[in-house]
Design a protein around this ligand. Structure first.
Ligand SMILES: [Zn+2]
Length: 175
């Protein structure tokens, strides 16, 4: 079964192709709006909360984008997120993760013929996510603090944390 999974970890979405059909996390009586996400072939990304055991199979902890084509179910595009922990993270971090994962879908990183996960693609997804947060008036200082709280210090596919955060800052400042 041709299954592509990208972006393990904690990470997470896009702006352009994301609208309507919100996903909501319930958290302390607070609802967080999350817009629709559509991949380049027109597939609507589904948001599915799963137990940590499912994410660990992908070497992920918070969320991961997956896309597959099966004889039984046809094509699907999904973001699997940790239903037990992610809704309890700080709002801005939840949004960062979901925007990051959406970006992988909308940018085509999960399409069947696309190359394997790479640091440049992860950083592009980060860039999309922080720029989206900037449009939502989240200061970079907040993103910086949350990144230090939640990101792995080192990741084969996401690069060194300092370089990664620096990339986020450059993206944020250049919008
Ligand atoms: Zn990623």
């Amino acid at each position: 079964m041709p299954l592509k999974a990208i972006c393990f970890i904690f990470i997470a979405m896009l702006v352009g192709a994301c609208q309507a059909n919100p996903v909501f996390f319930t958290k302390a009586n607070k609802l967080i709006y999350f817009p629709e996400c559509i991949d380049p072939t027109g597939l609507k990304v589904q948001w599915i909360g799963v137990p940590i055991e499912v994410l660990i199979k992908y070497n992920a902890r918070a969320a991961i984008g997956v896309r597959s084509k099966t004889p039984a179910f046809g094509e699907y595009a999904k973001v699997l997120y940790n239903k037990d922990s992610l809704p309890h993270a700080q709002d801005e971090w939840i949004r960062f993760i979901l925007y990051h994962e959406c970006a992988h879908h909308t940018l085509g990183h999960l399409l069947p013929d696309y190359p394997p996960p790479s640091v440049p693609d992860e950083w592009v997804a980060d860039c999309v996510a922080v720029r989206k947060l900037k449009t939502e008036k989240v200061p970079f200082a907040k993103i910086h603090i949350l990144s230090r709280m939640y990101l792995k210090s080192k990741s084969d596919t996401h690069g060194d944390i300092e370089a990664r955060i620096n990339n986020m800052r450059l993206c944020y400042d250049s919008l």
